[in-house]
Design a protein around this ligand. Structure first.
Ligand code: NAD
Length: 256
């Protein structure tokens, strides 16, 4: 596979967790990286650490729920690196709330960040990608909602299924423009966000993974790296599950 040398990649929500893994893999493969995160200080610190490891990276504060902020991010990327070739739309939240505790505000918060955030991130990059005749967008969805469910995640599951709906139409709209849009669907990934879900949640999840371990952020990064490559140019509107086999067992006994 060709290196990503000369490609500029925006990775949203990459100050930590999966986004950081994606950013580091793309960076190690030669791309220039914009670590775009609402936590501006951590984004800068992460970019600096990546810089010490030989990756060309800059940290930029962005709120993916704010279209002006996204326009600023795209402009800053073009100013710094000259193009926007790759977008990893990864920023997202996964609060666990029982149905009766999900009020309109918490529903809107999850949808706004996870669905509208990914959509408007892509919309902001698209004019530039069309002009270049080249673009690779990869959304971080999830097995939750797309294939599975879990108590507490009705809003989250709805959001992660919804991004796939937007992706499929967007893929057709951009198919003749050198732009592809695909999604990775992680199972459970060892991140600060997963730690926040608590030890009991982690134990339960671990017990359902045939490989017996959580994914590392890099595991998701490598899947994104493939979909973000020049060579994946004939793949659009598709999903790639990265879950250590979690979707496979027909019964709990199949795991033992
Ligand atoms: P995380 O909480 O560890 O990291 C998320 C990052 O997004 C943080 O740095 C945070 O500051 C940033 N962020 C939050 N709101 C933002 C906003 N409005 N604008 C820009 N950045 C913002 O989460 P994670 O576990 O790394 O998850 C990343 C993505 O992967 C999410 O979309 C999540 O739904 C998805 N995912 C995670 C798992 C998992 O097991 N960890 C599994 C499947 C899917």
């Amino acid at each position: 596979m060709k290196s990503l040398e000369g490609r500029a990649a925006i990775v949203t929500g990459s100050a930590q967790g999966i986004g950081r893994g994606i950013a580091e893999v793309l960076g190690r493969e030669g791309a220039s990286i914009v670590v775009a995160d609402i936590n501006g200080e951590l984004a800068e610190a992460t970019a600096a650490e990546m810089g010490s490891a030989g990756i060309e990276a800059v940290g930029i504060k962005v709120d993916v729920t704010d279209t002006d902020s996204l326009d600023g991010l795209v402009q800053a990327t073009v100013d710094r690196f000259g193009s926007v070739d790759i977008l990893a739309a990864n920023a997202g939240i996964y609060p666990a709330d029982p149905i009766e505790e999900i009020d309109r505000a918490s529903w809107d918060r999850v949808m706004n960040l996870n669905v509208a955030g990914a959509f408007f991130s892509f919309q902001a990059c698209l004019p530039r990608m069309r002009e270049q005749g080249y673009g690779r967008a990869v959304i971080t969805s999830s097995i939750t909602g797309a294939f599975t469910g879990h108590p507490g995640y009705s809003h989250y599951g709805a959001s992660k299924a919804a991004v796939l709906g937007f992706m499929r139409s967007a893929a057709i709209e951009t198919a003749k423009q050198g732009v592809t849009i695909n999604a990775v669907l992680p199972g459970n990934v060892q991140t600060p966000g997963l730690d926040d879900a608590g030890e009991e949640h982690k134990r339960e999840m671990m017990g359902s993974i045939p490989m017996g371990e959580f994914a590392s952020p890099d595991d998701i990064g490598w899947a994104v790296r493939f979909l973000a490559s020049e060579e994946a140019g004939y793949i659009t509107g598709q999903t790639l599950v990265v879950d250590g086999g979690q979707l496979l067992p027909e019964t709990p006994m199949a795991l033992h």
